[in-house]
Design a protein around this ligand. Structure first.
Ligand SMILES: [Fe+2]
Length: 565
């Protein structure tokens, strides 16, 4: 016991030393909430940058949570020092790459890339030390998948139940090797049911720590109300402010969504000198998604900067498209086609199932995630007609819409298939063009010539099947637009440092209708209507209450198809 008290006292002293220098540290890092020091983060329970009297009183139990092996001591591994000294190896890709870069926060900051001096840090991939993260995925009527990634070799168990304080069922996950995510199927569940779960973890099975209680919901019945949330373009580049992104994810968690969408541009493997250097960004996104997705299954839609462009797949076993898809599928648990999910059944020889487009029904709604990247060409002589879902995905979309009787249909993708130029910017201003709308830039109908054998342009297909909302990203702002009864919802960034709308006009948006980043879109579905809200994120200072860190900047409703006006 003496050893325990002595060790904890040293920990407290270290914690106070850090708290006193925290403002300077935050300033240097450009972020708040204690930077990456695990003692400080453990003590500062409300993450307001100050260790309060109540937090000091609670210090003993807060520090004990870091004691992964329950030996009464905090080892250098438990404090994350091994990684800081470059000895962590597989534990933390971000820390390793930071050490390699020599600059502390970026693998490439300040470098000359393609002749341009890049800002420092170029990528915001350093994240706070943590023992594990969880990303839920693929919820069905009777199961959910937990992707668990530990940063030390640890034994794990999951306790699951329908009451938060009575988790009757225990699943043994076994020993997880540091740095290697494992997908754990939690099955045998009841449909339409709220579940709670806890992780138990430790260096041995005889002395286990317990996580906080997390939650998830199995599939909803028709008529049930539920919430889902959407973000786009988290980037983690020099424009990202980590504290803003973290707050956006916490704001989304407060709505207890059944699931969460991320609409691409999360990994940026096409922005690195070597695409493999983006590994730290996949691992950093595990931390960020993990702040929300331990209790909200994640659905990921590809973005143009996620490396997975089909034309980059040159047929060799190693290229950026293959590496990016394999890495995404290792870290992100997207659905595969089965009895609950429709999707892409093609097997890539190097990757297996791409998990790039998929659909499912949930309550009164149908959800369809599309991929405009794997089947698009470079452009060239075919111009913007080279952008395509591909015939197989198009036919699948048509069939998926035809086979659902859902009252609401929601489409999710990074950007519309087409655009005025290769940047593929815009919403309804480009929805009449190319594969999305059938016309060329001179407003001439080229559909039959360019897509022989295809029934109709994508927008017309969506109109025919009463699609409620197309959620798209890429343009980094909030804009609600409507065309032929279909709402086109441009989704803002979750963590941009300024969130201006200067580019809205050149992207084709009506400047009067746009709101800048950062935040997320919250959608509440009931049997009579869908309510959409733009929840903006506010950070800064310690004076803000939890509720002041989020506010609704815009909202609108969509009536159910079953409710006649
Ligand atoms: Fe983009």
């Amino acid at each position: 016991m003496k050893k325990l008290i002595l060790t904890l006292s040293l920990g407290l002293i270290a914690g106070f030393a850090i708290s006193q220098s925290a403002p300077q540290q935050r300033q240097r890092d450009g972020r708040g909430q204690g930077g990456g020091n695990p003692i400080y983060r453990a003590l500062d329970a409300n993450r307001d940058g100050v260790i309060s009297k109540a937090e000091i009183t609670n210090a003993m139990s807060a520090l004990l949570k870091l004691d992964a092996d329950k030996d009464g001591k905090l080892s250098s591994t438990e404090l994350g020092r091994d990684n800081r000294q470059g000895g962590g190896g597989q534990n933390r890709g971000t820390q390793t790459s930071s050490t390699r870069g020599g600059g502390g926060r970026s693998s490439s900051g300040g470098q000359i890339v393609r002749g341009i001096k890049m800002p420092t840090p170029l990528f915001r991939t350093e994240v706070p030390e943590h023992i594990y993260d969880i990303i839920l995925g693929k919820p069905t009527k009777t199961a959910v998948t937990a992707s668990v990634l530990a940063y030390q070799d640890l034994h794990f168990r999951i306790g699951v139940g329908t009451e938060p304080d009575a988790l009757g069922k225990t699943l043994n996950i076994g020993l997880l090797e540091a740095g290697i995510p494992k997908e754990v199927l939690i099955d045998g569940l009841k449909a339409g049911t709220q579940y709670f779960y806890k992780l138990q973890y430790g260096k041995s099975l005889t002395n286990l720590n317990e996580s906080e209680v997390y939650q998830f919901h199995t599939s909803r019945d028709k008529g049930d109300s539920f919430v889902f949330t959407v973000q786009a373009d988290s980037h983690l580049d020099f424009g990202t402010e980590p504290a803003v992104y973290e707050q956006t994810l916490k704001n989304a968690l407060a709505s207890k969504p059944d699931f969460h969408f991320a609409l691409g541009d999360a990994f940026f493997s096409d922005k690195r000198v070597r695409y493999q250097d983006a590994l730290d960004q996949y691992i950093a996104q595990r931390y960020y998604f993990g702040l929300l997705c331990h209790s909200a299954p994640l659905f990921f839609a590809l973005g143009n900067h996620d490396g997975e462009s089909g034309y980059r797949d040159n047929g060799r076993p190693e290229n950026i498209a293959v590496w990016s898809a394999k890495t995404r599928n290792k870290y992100i648990p997207n659905p595969i086609p089965n009895a609950f999910y429709g999707g892409n059944t093609s097997v890539h020889p190097e990757i297996g199932l791409l998990k790039n487009y998929y659909a499912w029904d949930w309550g009164d709604a149908q959800f369809i995630v599309l991929d405009p990247f794997w089947y698009s060409g470079r452009g060239g002589r075919d111009g913007m007609w080279a952008k395509s879902l591909g015939k197989k995905q198009y036919d699948w979309l048509k069939e998926t819409l035809e086979n659902s009787e859902a009252s609401y249909r929601f489409i999710f993708l990074h950007y519309l298939v087409g655009g005025l130029d290769n940047q593929t910017r815009g919403g309804v201003n480009i929805a009449n063009l190319y594969e999305w709308g059938g016309k060329n830039s001179s407003n001439e109908d080229e559909w039959a010539v360019k897509r022989p054998g295809w029934e109709k342009p994508i927008h017309q297909l969506l109109v025919q099947h009463n699609v409620s909302i197309v959620f798209h990203g890429h343009d980094h702002l909030y804009a609600k637009e409507e065309l032929d009864g279909v709402i086109y919802q441009e989704v803002p960034q979750p963590g941009h440092r300024s969130g201006n709308t200067r580019s809205a006009g050149s992207y084709g948006y009506d400047q009067r209708n746009v709101i800048g980043s950062s935040g997320h879109v919250r959608v509440a579905v009931t049997n009579s209507e869908v309510k959409v809200e733009y929840v903006k994120t506010r950070v800064g200072g310690t004076e803000l209450t939890v509720s002041q860190r989020r506010y609704v900047a815009d909202s609108y409703s969509v009536k159910s198809l079953n409710i006649k006006p």
